[in-house]
Design a protein around this ligand. Structure first.
Ligand SMILES: [Zn+2]
Length: 278
């Protein structure tokens, strides 16, 4: 429920932010662009009345209009909210569908086990994620790109085994870019799953990126509340090489807002620090 509220607030806030940026840009006061030097040391923002609700900063009148932007009175610096505040408020709660897990954000407690695991999709997932995946799978089948769940919830102990297997197979360095250490895996939340084509020649992750299923998921997963979590070119942020098969459930509203934002990771969308390493 709160995720929906968060997104509704965001969809209102984003156009308002843009409108303010447009107005202020017209008078030479875009974000970070105020050149008026101050006698006091410190960042520009420190001269503002603080805290200033970003959405209520006064829009300057004609007297402050200037063309050069290097002199004249300051009209203020827009302070964008850091990500979606309502999502961030739940990002550390392992029982929330909005929990954020990465190499800098282990599950807490480390032994967390979801209370509502459900096996009806073929793998164990939390009930909301399981129902959503069944809807996604039906839509994928109707679109001619049927998928199946290959791996869902993994307990801490399951991840110990998985991690050790990757280490043995790939060595420490490569394993770090492709598998999470125990306590740091999204699979332990019960909200993540790996998918493969239901049939056809490609039945492993190595070829999945070239399948029509991968393209369909990239385009459509958000409608069902899933994020393709580890996207191409995001290793410096997510800590993992591209995994077009790894879906993370966050709910339809949050997934749609993230997709609409143009962000390629949950970290970027929320303004969280990159997590390339532990
Ligand atoms: Zn996965």
């Amino acid at each position: 429920m709160s995720a929906n509220h968060a997104v509704r607030r965001r969809t209102v806030a984003v156009p308002l932010t843009r409108a303010l940026v447009t107005v202020l840009a017209a008078v030479g006061a875009v974000v970070g662009g105020i050149g008026a030097p101050s006698a006091q040391a410190g960042p520009v923002g420190s001269r503002l009345p603080d805290p200033t609700p970003w959405a209520t900063l006064p829009v300057p009148g004609p007297a402050t209009v200037r063309s050069g932007g290097t002199s004249g009175p300051s009209v203020g610096v827009l302070r964008r909210p850091a990500g979606d505040p309502a999502w961030l408020a739940q990002a550390s709660d392992p029982a929330s569908v909005l929990v954020v897990v990465n190499k800098r954000r282990p599950l807490s407690p480390e032994s967390y086990v979801p209370a509502d695991l459900d096996g009806s999709s073929g793998v164990l997932l939390r009930a909301d994620a399981s129902e959503a995946f069944e809807r996604l799978a039906a839509a994928a089948e109707a679109a001619g790109v049927p998928v199946r769940a290959r791996s869902g919830y993994r307990s801490y102990q399951d991840q110990v085994v998985t991690w050790q297997r990757w280490q043995r197979t790939l060595g420490d360095v490569v394993a770090e870019s492709q598998s999470a250490r125990p306590g740091y895996s999204e699979h332990q939340t019960g909200l993540a799953l790996d998918v493969l084509p239901r049939d056809g020649a490609c039945q492993d992750f190595g070829c999945f990126g070239d399948t029509p299923q991968a393209a369909w998921l990239a385009e459509n997963a958000a409608q069902f509340g899933f994020v393709v979590r580890y996207q191409e070119g995001q290793e410096a942020v997510t800590g993992y090489t591209a995994e077009p098969w790894h879906l993370r459930y966050v709910g339809p509203s949050a997934a749609a807002a993230l997709a609409a934002s143009g962000a390629h990771s949950i970290e970027d969308y929320l303004g969280l620090p990159p997590a390339p390493t532990y």
